[in-house]
Design a protein around this ligand. Structure first.
Ligand code: PEP
Ligand code: MN
Length: 274
């Protein structure tokens, strides 16, 4: 069996992925934040400068949403991609968005700086191969019920097609516990750092499903060696079209960044970042 491209045996050095003027991995820590979904331009144009000012490195927002119910808000599609892109451009933040379907690849590629593969698609092998042929970083979320090995082998699909810019994201897994939306597998963060040279970030929002747990869990994740966080934030969480209960308001995110600052020591200034 060939040496796995994700493995520490393949590369002892941590992989550092550069996106615009920030980096993740190899000691560089990054904070990605934004709403679950791009709902309208007002939300994105209001949030983007606030996030930029508090030192967030990249703006997230789903234009194609994988919703449990087909009757829930599905995202704005192409219009959402364009709004996200414009919001990022206005303040100079790179943008992250999910690619749900291989047929949307060209559109998402055109507007995104980082292509997210969501939990529900972690083993969508044709999608993995497609982004594996792209020259943009991929944020690969762990599947809802994927083992660490399955997750790393999903990354291998991308790497083996030639794209070496893979950022792993632990976002909680399904367990018997249902007080939290998922169970954050913090040991997986440490395990992945041990097994792989790829950067691994944590999504405390989907991991807990509860905004009041996002800050403590984020601190734990960074202390365990995560290379960054991806956090959901909304100007009015109660009115959010998706994932409002787990979304922070901007003031809470600013406080989170301050709280984890001592642990993460972001490579670019966290407060008043340029
Ligand atoms: C998301 O990031 O909004 C999302 C749907 O995440 P996950 O794939 O981890 O559920
Ligand atoms: Mn969400």
């Amino acid at each position: 069996m060939p040496l796995k491209l994700y493995s520490r045996e393949y590369s002892k050095e941590d992989t550092t992925i550069r996106i615009g003027n920030f980096a993740v991995g190899g000691g560089a820590k990054a904070i990605i934040a934004g709403p679950c979904a791009v709902e309208n331009s007002e939300l994105m144009f209001t949030l983007a400068p606030l996030l930029k000012d508090m030192g967030v490195h990249a703006l997230r927002g789903g234009a194609y949403k994988p919703r449990t119910s087909p009757y829930s808000f599905q995202g704005l599609g192409l219009e959402g991609l364009q709004i996200l892109y414009q919001a990022g451009q206005r303040v100079g933040l790179p943008v992250v968005t999910e690619l749900l379907d291989v047929r949307d690849f060209d559109q998402v590629y055109q507007y995104a700086d980082i292509i997210q593969i969501g939990s529900r698609n972690m083993q969508n092998f044709s999608l993995l191969r497609e982004v594996g042929r792209a020259d943009k970083p991929v944020l690969l979320k762990r599947g809802l019920a994927a083992t660490i090995e399955e997750w790393l082998l999903a990354a291998e699909y991308i790497l083996s097609e030639g794209n070496r810019q893979v950022i792993l994201c632990e976002r909680g897994i399904r367990t018997f516990e249902n007080y939290t939306r998922n169970t954050l597998d913090i040991a997986a963060v440490a395990a992945v750092k041990h097994l792989s040279h790829l950067p691994v970030i944590v999504d405390p929002s989907h991991a807990t499903g509860r905004s009041e747990l996002v800050v403590p869990v984020s601190k734990g994740a960074m202390a365990a060696g995560a290379d960054g966080l991806i956090v959901e934030v909304h100007t009015n969480p109660q009115q959010a079209l998706s994932d409002g209960v787990q979304s922070l308001c901007p003031e809470e995110l600013a406080q989170l960044i301050k709280d984890v600052q001592a642990i993460i020591n972001c490579q670019s200034p966290v407060v008043g970042g340029q």
